[in-house]
Design a protein around this ligand. Structure first.
Ligand code: HEM
Length: 538
């Protein structure tokens, strides 16, 4: 009261009092504004999300952030948007997919970005660009995945696009076959004894070695060792750390801030992140040493891996190439983007096909008809022909709809002037997105959303095919969609085709019901086992 009296009587207030009072007044103002006056206050969502990210942090802690948002949509039936934090909103509507990730706004902005964005984080680049959540994934530099600059992204993407072309896929195929042969040798051992075993574990080793081959020109030897590289554990731990960072409001300084928090669990995650980055350094250094040995591809030409494109990429204006730390960031990003997502997809394909024996039989029948010379799966099948096998690809799409590895909304910031998305006004600088896990189960797009119906993707079954495709976010959408989609589809389809031709696959417990847990990548919530038997054997 004395301070107020002082102010009213025009007396000067001590500086220290002002320093203490100003932030308190600001926090009070912000709380009242967010509770009652912000346009986001009117959106459905737990009341606490108006002023804090505690509910989201809690869901994150329980490794079920995507599931939490999907449940919010169930709690507010008919809502196209729910508030997930004081300045974050998730949408579950086809219009929102286009508006946020690739609609009219985007095309208008692309032109603006080209004209105006010289800084890389200029005005236009900020509009519906990736939100600050991605800074958590910029490790020793900005990667193709994490960069928020439209200009930098366009440069990187253009430079490496060739590595993901149909021509490159063909040059990758011998390495897919080589790694697949190693996997099959391992699986044969389990088939011989009939012992139940954890197939997802072996898929993880397979994708790890394969991504080593494709991205860095050498494998990690994990299939042969039968042991996960420590790297796999580090990836998971550092993703937990990145997710925590993504929720802090300090932008690029969030890593530093979190590293000071004296909680043993946080410190353990931080150390894991550092170790994980060191792993990428070692892998990249080895890649450079091997490069000097001039490895030769089966075609007789010098072997090309994905990293080669990143090494050669040049900024068109400055001619500057990426330095070691930026390449290191690309290395760790590629390993996460390609390995964990691919293995978890094959996991769900195995699970759903085992749970649906009639569909599994139809896939096998199509495979046998297409490859009469290889009905026991003795060799890997050629991808050029496999691409015409619709049911297996539809199975992949269906599991990615039901269990997208990245299920939570990939956040984008609204333009500074705000935007109307699916009829809802959202002010500027709010992180918006459409969770793949929520829209994938939206009954207005995918009738009978919880049932596994690969046939819906053939166009004759449940749902409108165009609408379903436009809402399919398994590989993202728009300019930032997955550049590795072709690579992933190739190895996922080839692996599953050979496994299905070569073995009878059954769940050890046919009553098993798998759920998900999420550390950026959504994984099965428990270990489970399958039994294999060589087809044609008694
Ligand atoms: C089934 C396997 C895969 C799934 C489900 C998947 C999913 C995704 C998704 C949803 C995004 C968009 C993320 C966003 O909007 O921020 C993405 C981006 C990306 N993915 Fe994949 N991915 C897979 C395999 C791969 C593979 C094999 C590679 C590399 C060989 C790869 C490399 C990338 C890269 C570099 C990006 C960033 C692209 C950009 O921003 O331009 N992915 N992926």
């Amino acid at each position: 009261m004395a301070i107020l009296d002082g102010l009213l009587q025009g007396r000067t207030v001590p500086l220290v009092t002002l320093v203490v009072l100003t932030p308190i007044a600001y926090i009070l103002y912000l709380t009242i504004y967010r509770l009652f006056f912000s346009p986001l206050a009117k959106l459905p969502g737990p009341w606490l999300t108006r002023i804090s990210s505690i509910p989201e942090a809690n869901a994150l802690k329980q490794a079920r952030r995507a599931a939490w948002v999907t449940e919010l949509f169930e709690q507010y039936p008919g809502a196209v948007a729910v508030r997930t934090g004081p300045s974050s909103v998730s949408f579950n509507d086809p219009e929102a997919v286009k508006a946020i990730y690739g609609g009219l706004y985007y095309h208008r902005l692309l032109i603006k970005a080209d004209e105006n964005d010289n800084s890389g984080h200029g005005k236009a680049a900020d509009e519906f660009g990736k939100s600050s959540w991605y800074d958590a994934f910029s490790t020793t530099g900005e990667s193709l995945f994490s960069t928020r600059s439209k200009k930098r992204h366009a440069m990187k993407r253009r430079s490496v696009a060739h590595s993901f072309s149909a021509q490159s896929l063909a040059s990758f195929e011998p390495y897919v076959d080589m790694t697949l042969n190693k996997l099959v040798r391992r699986l044969d051992d389990f088939a011989a004894t009939g012992e139940p075993f954890d197939i997802y574990f072996w898929f993880e080793l397979f994708t790890m070695d394969l991504m080593g081959e494709l991205a860095l020109g050498d494998n990690f030897g994990v299939l042969e060792a039968g042991q996960p590289a420590r790297y796999s554990k580090l990836v998971e731990l550092s993703q937990r750390f990145a997710n925590m960072i993504g929720m802090l409001p300090f932008g690029k300084r969030s890593v530093q801030v979190l590293s000071w928090v004296p909680i043993p669990y946080v410190q353990m995650l931080y150390r894991a992140r550092l170790e994980y980055l060191d792993y990428a350094r070692v892998a990249l250094e080895r890649r450079f040493r091997d490069d000097k040995r001039e490895k030769v591809a089966p075609s007789g030409k010098k072997r090309q891996d994905i990293m080669q494109r990143f090494i050669e990429a040049q900024d068109p204006e400055t001619g500057v190439k990426m330095g070691f730390d930026e390449l290191r960031a690309e290395t760790s990003s590629l390993m996460v983007a390609g390995a964990s997502t691919g293995s978890v997809t094959m996991n769900w394909m195995t699970y759903y096909l085992c749970k649906n024996p009639a569909i599994k039989q139809s896939v096998i029948k199509q495979l046998e008809d297409m490859f009469p010379e290889n009905i026991s799966g003795k060799d890997p099948v050629p991808y050029t022909r496999l691409q015409h096998l619709s049911l297996l690809e539809h199975t992949e799409l269906e599991v990615l709809r039901l269990h997208p590895p990245i299920g939570y909304a990939m956040p984008r910031d609204t333009p500074r002037q705000g935007a109307v998305i699916a009829g809802v006004y959202i002010p500027g600088d709010v992180a918006v997105g459409v969770p793949a896990a929520s829209i994938g189960r939206n009954a207005s797009v995918y009738p009978e959303p919880d049932s596994f119906e690969p046939d819906r993707w053939s166009g004759g079954g449940l749902g409108d095919l165009t609408r379903m495709k436009n809402c399919f976010l398994g590989f993202g959408y728009g300019s930032r969609q997955c550049i590795g989609r072709g690579v992933a589809t190739q190895f996922v389809m080839k692996t599953m085709a050979q496994v299905l031709l070569r073995y009878e696959v059954e769940l050890e417990d046919p009553r098993l019901v798998l759920g998900t847990m999420e550390y950026t990548i959504q994984k099965p919530d428990r270990a489970y086992k399958v039994k294999l038997r060589r087809r044609g054997s008694k």
